[in-house]
Ligand binder design. Structure first.
Ligand SMILES: [Zn+2]
Length: 489
């Protein structure tokens, strides 16, 4: 019934049969967010992709330990050159908060968005600041083994030395010699022996708030180190799956491989899995382009690029309509069509519950479940699985219209298929759906009128709209470039 699962391994650049180290147990580590700002569309794709992998592995009978970290220190603004300010520290200064208040605020916001997208929380969610000792221990081992060196209180990973024994660049396909000859970075510019060395420990400057004592200096860990330390702590020296977005392949995951391999003597990860990126109307999403959409804005329609609100399940369904290794382009047209498709699927689920059984089936539905499994087994091909589900939708509607018939047993089979795939594996839940989108549409219309009123200095109208919405529990918050709103309970 369930044939083997194949997953594309970035390390070998081919689909490989998935064989866990110690079945039925599976260890999976996914890089989580750096919590210094609100969750945006870029967070949704890896979260949904690895949620579906988690759900499918459990459906296949595996017992999965899913670890997804929270980066709350050490992620510098310029991540390829190990320079700039810590992102959390910078935000703490901007918002006049303690760094840990920033972390808590945006971690809560991330969790809320993830719950709205119906992702199952990971089994363990370790934080970098909670594992300073483990990271220091790993640095100690790397220094003792000769793969790291101290310079002025900071510690760097010696990429050249590592490359001589193992090979640096196996995941990204980069070759150190070529990187060196193409590099314009001037030697001797900083305390690193080579520009490709990366920080394991950074000595904190006098102004740096987040700092911990160590034998090298008062400082903080480098960004890549936490994932090596925490993945192996919770999943063992060798574990099954490591996932994340493609943008993490270099330098983050390459550095993780180097750290883990150098300290343990052999690689830690069997299958490296990466989801592709998203674009907005064909463009890269960037704050500077004004197309940076936060998940909250998506769900309320308050971003100016959106013609309406899209529910979390519409966004989830839209993400699953593309294969996780393909690029995914967000546009109003594509989202509207996803919303209509999801509605059709959900209507069919409702209709399925009311079908009247017949003596004989006029359509053969016995192969549908296998086809859906085959699609998922082929490197989680959710768009193909969804296409097979829509064959089911067509049959359900034909039976409902009296043009085809199904026996009671076949109707039960269809119900099992839809419950398993729509709800358990694809993780789509029934939401008041279209009503939420309609409410958001009405609120957006009122608030757009209010924006016009404000522009015309009709303050009484603008205040009345805000106050009347407030009275029915819809709180409006003005922003420099527009507004946010939320329904309070
Ligand atoms: Zn990571």
């Amino acid at each position: 019934m369930k044939s083997a699962l194949y997953l594309y391994n970035t390390l070998t650049r081919r689909k490989e049969i998935f064989e866990p180290i110690a079945p039925p147990f599976v260890g999976m580590y996914v890089c989580g967010p750096t919590v210094y700002s609100d969750s945006h569309l870029g967070h949704a794709r890896p979260a949904v992709t690895f949620d579906v992998l988690y759900r499918y592995l459990m459906h296949l009978g595996y017992s999965v330990r899913y670890v997804r970290n929270i980066t709350d220190v050490g992620h510098l603004e310029n991540e390829t050159e190990d320079s700039g300010e810590d992102r959390i520290t910078r935000r703490a200064k901007q918002e006049n908060l303690e760094p840990m208040e920033v972390v808590q605020k945006y971690m809560n916001s991330y969790h809320k968005s993830m719950e709205q997208l119906n992702t199952i929380p990971p089994s363990i969610e370790p934080r970098a600041t909670g594992h300073i000792i483990e990271q220091q221990q790993m640095i100690d081992i790397l220094i003792k083994k000769g793969f790291a060196y101290e310079a002025n209180g900071s510690v760097y990973f010696d990429v050249e030395k590592y490359d001589k024994k193992y090979r640096y660049g196996i995941l990204s396909g980069r070759v150190l010699d070529e990187m060196q000859s193409n590099s314009r970075v001037l030697e001797g510019q900083d305390e690193k022996r080579s520009p490709f060395d990366f920080a394991l420990w950074k000595k904190a400057s006098a102004a740096h708030i987040m700092r911990w004592p160590s034998q090298w200096s008062e400082g903080f860990p480098g960004w890549h180190l936490e994932c090596s330390a925490m993945s192996t702590k919770y999943l063992g020296d060798v574990f099954d799956i490591h996932g994340g977005g493609m943008d993490l392949i270099f330098p983050h995951h390459e550095c993780e491989i180097a750290q883990s391999t150098a300290s343990k003597g052999s690689p830690s990860v069997r299958y490296w899995i990466h989801n592709n990126m998203i674009t907005i109307n064909g463009q890269k999403m960037a704050r500077s382009l004004g197309n940076f959409i936060k998940l909250d804005e998506m769900f309320t329609g308050s971003h100016k690029a959106l013609v309406q609100a899209y529910t979390p399940m519409t966004v989830r369904f839209f993400i699953l309509q593309a294969h996780y290794r393909s690029t995914l382009d967000f546009s109003n047209e594509a989202l509207l069509s996803a919303s209509a498709g999801l509605q059709k699927l959900q209507n069919a689920v409702k209709t399925l519950g009311t079908l009247v059984p017949s003596e004989k089936s006029t359509v053969d539905i016995s192969g549908l479940s296998q086809k859906c499994h085959d699609a998922m087994n082929d490197d989680l091909n959710t768009p193909i699985a969804i296409a097979h589900l829509f064959d089911g939708v067509r049959i359900i509607n034909l039976v409902n219209d009296g043009k085809e018939t199904l026996t009671g047993a076949d109707i039960d089979l269809m119900k099992e298929l839809f419950n398993t795939f729509v709800f358990d594996i694809l993780g789509l839940k029934t939401e008041s759906g279209s009503n939420d989108e309609k409410l958001a549409g009405v609120v957006k219309m009122l608030l757009d009128i209010r924006q016009e009123a404000k522009a015309n200095k009709e303050w009484a109208v603008s205040d009345r709209i805000r106050d009347r919405l407030g009275a029915i529990g819809i709180v409006v918050k003005d922003r420099r470039d527009g507004y946010d709103w939320e329904v309070t309970s």
